[in-house]
Design a protein around this ligand. Structure first.
Ligand code: NAG
Ligand code: NAG
Ligand code: NAG
Length: 161
């Protein structure tokens, strides 16, 4: 009888955990430095980016600036992808740039090992990715306000810095 009860408990708890297991991807969302900090403000994450990711079915983990490399590695191994938001942090020397670089290199390492690890950059985030990939300042001033340009896809390429 006791054995039966134990079996039943085990069965119920496994199906329970299967029922409530959350398979929604966990996305690390990068915080960024406040451009002109006042009081104790150092970094922020715009709520709209959290909403965007959540509305697409992801769970969001904040990645704060100025953490140790070990802490970033711990976070990296607990997320499925990372997202660099737009804003106005410096892309050559800031907490945002430092964290982005660490995660970018870890993502390349993971992808090279066959562990699919997507990275997304919006606006400033895309500029950050361009600079990290080129390993130089490839950004130039353009007069392209309200100009639509075609998005030309090229053949896939894995960048190994
Ligand atoms: C940018 O392009 C617009 C439209 O072609 C033009 O009117 C404007 O003078 C340009 N601005 C600069 C700074 O070149
Ligand atoms: C953007 O360009 C379109 C098409 O040329 C034009 O109709 C529209 O008024 C422009 N908008 C702004 C904000 O300049
Ligand atoms: C992108 O595609 C457009 C339309 O096919 C073409 O006119 C343009 O030259 C292409 N640009 C580049 C950079 O390949």
């Amino acid at each position: 009888m006791l054995l039966l009860l134990l079996c039943f408990t085990a069965l119920v708890s496994t199906s329970f955990s299967a029922l409530f297991r959350n398979n929604a991807p966990v996305i690390g969302l990068m915080a960024q430095d406040v451009l002109r900090p006042k009081n104790n403000e150092r970094s922020y994450i715009a709520a709209s980016y959290v909403k965007t990711l959540e509305s697409a079915g992801a769970r969001v983990v904040p990645i704060m600036i100025d953490q140790t490399e070990e802490e970033y590695k711990t976070i990296f191994h607990a997320i499925n992808g990372f997202f660099l938001p737009g804003g106005s942090a410096y892309i050559f020397d800031s907490g945002y740039e430092r964290a982005a670089k660490i995660f970018y290199n870890l993502a390349i390492e993971a992808n090279n090992k066959g562990d699919y690890f997507p990275v997304w950059g919006t606006c400033l985030g895309f500029e950050q990715l361009a600079v990290l990939t080129a390993q130089s300042n490839v950004l130039v001033q353009t007069n392209t306000t309200n100009v639509s340009l075609p998005l030309n896809f090229t053949h896939g390429k894995i960048f190994v810095p």
